[in-house]
Write a protein that binds this ligand. Structure first.
Ligand code: SF4
Length: 361
């Protein structure tokens, strides 16, 4: 039976998932449970081709309705270009209707490939690269053990942009904590303004309780931000982003408090800032009511919902109950609800996870 990995971008829900490598070659980020406990390995082209054949048998003939394919897992660009070209070419051979092939990649792998290699990948049919930038701040990248520097991110991003392959950068508001919030927003904007990716996907930070970063929080070395503070940070980021033809997306991730902040920077930036200001002008009680509503029932919620007096009263009562139970009860409850939305690590000992690799690259 063909293999499939545990994650893919939201837009690839209906794509053919082809596993080119297993798990993550780095696997040390404190923000990411997805592959913890699992070893990285490269798969041979023969193995991947066999999977593609099995998928073609399973889904077709007459059922080969896929338009898109996504190469799993965390960093397909770590594979030699020849192998990737062969895999993409074979996908298109067995699934002729596929016209879009995308993948995740780490900045370090993106920067190792040169113009000629990107040209071959594009020629074979690689159309988009998704990459987890998280932050443009060196301090923040170190705190979360991202394993990339801002220079890696910039160089990797520029290489992809110059190739004409579409680029999607994922960023993580709140991940610098209170101490680095400002620096995180400004440095992230600075790098994004240079890369000018096609998509900026916003992934507001939530801490998994098993992450080693939780210990740092417990010892007072990292101050988590409230949802309201993260909204202010996103405002600072937006204000500092150029009006470029990049799509700024919050709508596809329910840990973003204001999922309605979603649009093109060259067309919708002012409207997005106005919506943030509407939230910030609500006052503390209504802001908390909105936070409770969104965290209890994740999904896009217009701010107008707060005009329902009965709903508002119910939310205020719940907030009061939580605060009466213990000091900081509301914030603790919200953090718990947010952590339920995260993927689970595949180990009970995340803290002891090393970048376990069964294959050198
Ligand atoms: S590079 Fe970091 S965030 Fe990306 S998959 Fe690996 S551990 Fe997760």
């Amino acid at each position: 039976m063909f293999e499939q990995g545990v994650i893919r971008p939201p837009g690839e829900a209906y794509s053919l998932l082809v596993r080119a490598t297993r798990n993550c070659p780095w696997n040390r980020c404190h923000i990411c449970p997805a592959f913890k406990g699992k070893k990285f390995s490269k798969r041979s082209v023969a193995e991947v081709r066999q999977d593609i054949d099995e998928m073609a048998d399973t889904y077709g003939p007459g059922k080969n309705n896929f338009d898109n394919a996504f190469l799993q897992d965390a960093d397909s660009l770590i594979l030699p270009t020849d192998q990737l070209v062969e895999i993409i070419t074979y996908i298109k051979h067995r699934f002729p209707a596929i016209n879009r092939v995308t993948t995740y990649a780490r900045a370090k792998s993106m920067k190792k490939k040169g113009p000629e290699q990107y040209k071959r990948l594009k020629g074979a049919g690689l159309t988009r690269i998704h990459t987890g930038m998280e932050s443009g701040s060196e301090n923040v990248l170190k705190i979360i053990q991202k394993g990339n520097t801002p220079k890696d991110i910039l160089e990797g991003g520029m290489r992809v942009r110059e190739s004409g392959i579409s680029l999607c950068e994922y960023i993580m508001p709140g991940v610098g904590g209170r101490t680095y919030s400002r620096e995180h927003a400004l440095k992230t904007a600075e790098i994004l303004n240079q890369i000018r990716p096609d998509f900026i996907r916003v992934r507001s930070f939530a801490l998994h309780p098993m992450s080693p970063l939780q210990r740092v929080v417990d010892e007072g070395g990292f101050e988590l931000m409230t949802d309201e503070e993260v909204v202010e940070e996103i405002r600072m980021l937006l204000v500092n982003l150029d009006e470029m033809p990049s799509y700024f997306r919050c709508a596809d991730f329910s840990l973003n408090l204001l999922m309605q902040i979603d649009g093109r920077l060259d067309k919708d930036k002012d409207a997005m800032i106005r919506e943030i200001d509407r939230f910030l002008s609500l006052g503390k009680d209504k802001q908390r009511a909105y936070v409770l509503l969104q965290r209890s029932y994740p999904g896009m919620k217009p701010l107008d919902m707060l005009e329902d007096e009965q709903l508002l009263e119910k939310l205020y009562r719940k907030i009061q109950e939580l605060e009466d139970q213990e000091e900081g009860g509301f914030e603790k409850y919200i953090r718990l609800l947010k952590s339920y939305q995260l993927p689970q690590p595949q180990t009970k000992n995340w803290g002891e996870n090393k970048s376990a690799r069964s294959d050198k690259s």
